[in-house]
Design a protein around this ligand. Structure first.
Ligand SMILES: N[C@@H](CCC(=O)N[C@@H](CSC=O)C(=O)NCC(=O)O)C(=O)O
Length: 281
């Protein structure tokens, strides 16, 4: 397996490294970002948090814009940041829309043509990437957390609900909670799954909760009330599903905040504390 280092940057006494490798799940070259805290550079095995970004973002966005590294460094936690989709697959129209194709993989394994060969982000972020990064760095496979924003929040919820054995802790910022009911989700699911409505249900966090899927630990969800996409995110549907099934979901709303990374920067420290309790406690 060849992994190429694209660049490396000292940061908070650790290192941010951007890498590229040939992904077996995606069938194309894939880029990612990694933060290695000082402890990991000295060979100590550390907990790790994977971060899933939203539409139009890439493998750099969350690391650069969220301020996560300051707090991950304080607690000696590694960070892994994948891209938001495969790139350069050759699928016609892949780069045409901001909400479908490149930059918009929705963290699902597509089953419909022409997407199914390369658009396998669920397996990439949930299986291939943890194994790859844990083979390269001293990241503890038994102490993995996952954070997501918007489309990535949906991805983090799907991972935590469908595969609670993979993750110990989960938290989300302004996630897409009920994709099968909103325009972004309908467009993506129609393309990636076609008319297979069973798949739509399997990748809708609200329906997963309604159907009794359980997260590994309490989900922390932060939502700004000035979020320009609030009507499409539907946190109330997720809350209702969690109440109905008695699932562990802690929701915090914030009057003044919108959808962007200024909001994430303002609360990322609480998310890291949430993960520290579960991963190091
Ligand atoms: N640019 C689009 C809107 C895209 C957008 O707002 N993306 C958000 C996530 S939305 C759901 O997944 C984001 O965080 N983008 C990355 C960033 O760096 O801001 C449009 O043209 O309307």
């Amino acid at each position: 397996m060849t992994v190429t280092t694209l660049s490396e940057h000292a940061c908070f006494d650790g290192v941010v490294r951007f890498l590229e490798h040939q992904s077996s799940e995606l069938g194309v070259g894939a880029k990612l970002g990694v933060f290695l805290p000082q402890e990991a550079l000295s060979g100590k095995v550390v907990p790790v948090i994977h971060v899933l970004a939203g539409l139009t973002a890439n493998y750099e966005t969350f690391l650069i814009k969220s301020n996560i590294i300051r707090f991950a460094a304080q607690h000696g936690i590694g960070v892994v940041a994948p891209d938001t989709s495969p790139r350069n697959t050759g699928i016609e129209g892949e780069d045409k829309d901001y909400d479908l194709g490149s930059g918009a993989g929705f963290y699902v394994d597509a089953t419909a043509e022409p997407w199914s060969k390369h658009y396998r982000m669920e397996s990439y972020v949930g299986k291939e990437l943890p194994l790859l990064t844990e083979s390269l760095f001293p990241f503890d496979a038994t102490r993995r957390g996952i954070i997501g924003h918007s489309m990535g929040g949906m991805g983090a919820l799907i991972q935590a609900l469908r595969y609670p054995e993979r993750w110990k802790t989960v938290s989300v910022f302004a996630p897409i909670c009920a994709p099968s009911r909103i325009p972004w989700g309908k467009k993506a699911f129609d393309a990636y799954f076609g008319g297979d409505l069973q798949k739509w249900e399997e990748y809708d966090p609200t329906i997963l909760l309604e159907n009794g899927y359980k997260p590994p630990s309490t989900i922390l969800l932060d939502q700004g009330l000035k979020d320009q996409y609030l009507a499409d995110l539907k946190p109330d549907a997720l809350v209702a599903a969690a109440q109905q099934t008695g699932q562990r979901l802690q929701v915090r709303t914030h009057e003044a905040y919108d959808h962007g990374y200024w909001f994430i920067q303002s609360f990322i420290h609480d998310h890291i504390e949430h993960h520290v309790k579960g991963l190091k406690g």
